[in-house]
Ligand binder design. Structure first.
Ligand code: ATP
Length: 197
């Protein structure tokens, strides 16, 4: 089973692609979401937080006091490392368990939702990279239709992200999402076929 990172700029269609893959029975791992869940009430990382940071970082409901932790790790890089060490360990254990279970179920690919793959330099962690892209104006129009957001802010976000051409050059698979949702789904079906053979 291969690990495929799904990436792409803001508004490129990553969520549409991941939802479609999930509807087809594939697993898409969202590490940011896992990280939030494990520090929620009763989350798997909470015993580690208690042991290494103490009860003053835990709210009454048993979840992480994010504001207090943000303040601490902003001031103390060693504490930041200590936090990452614990959360990364739990995430990796969870991913390994999912990987084993999906491989046993016969899946040929395990997908990872990594919006900032190139920006964070983690592209070598995966066997293959799928870049979702669409023309600048198409992405901007879709974001404006989806979110109540100032167009100037969209331009700012898009300008800080890695250049589309460079992403495409580093990809193993590219889906150009300028067309309809049906065309997008067809492109994902074709990708699945490629991955399964
Ligand atoms: P972000 O990085 O901002 O989370 P994203 O890459 O996950 O964005 P989506 O949320 O999937 O992008 O798509 C942006 C918007 O465009 C959504 O409202 C989505 O439904 C819509 N959209 C995506 N692809 C298409 C398409 N081919 N046709 C019509 N609408 C689309």
């Amino acid at each position: 089973m291969i690990s495929v990172a799904i990436t792409g700029g803001i508004g490129s269609g990553k969520t549409e692609v991941t939802n479609y893959l999930i509807s087809k029975g594939f697993t898409v791992i969202d590490a940011d979401k896992m990280s939030r869940e494990m520090t929620g009430a009763g989350g798997k990382a909470m015993p580690y937080i208690l042991e290494h940071f103490g009860s003053s970082f835990i709210l009454e409901d048993g979840s992480l006091d994010r504001a207090a932790m943000r303040d601490l790790i902003f001031r103390d890089p060693e504490k930041k490392l200590l936090l990452e060490e614990g959360t990364t360990k739990v995430i990796l254990e969870d991913i390994e368990a999912i990987r084993k279970e999906r491989a046993e179920s016969g899946d040929k690919a395990l997908f990872f939702d990594i919006p900032l793959l190139f920006e964070t330099g983690t592209e070598t962690d995966y066997d293959a990279i799928l870049v979702i892209t669409a023309d600048y104006d198409v992405r901007k129009a879709r974001i404006m239709a989806r979110d109540d957001i100032d167009p100037a802010i969209i331009d700012l976000i898009m300008d800080t992200q890695e250049d589309e051409e460079r992403k495409i050059a580093m990809a193993d698979f590219v889906i150009f999402n300028n067309g309809t949702l049906e065309e997008l789904h067809d492109a994902v079906d074709m990708l699945i076929k490629k991955l399964e053979f």
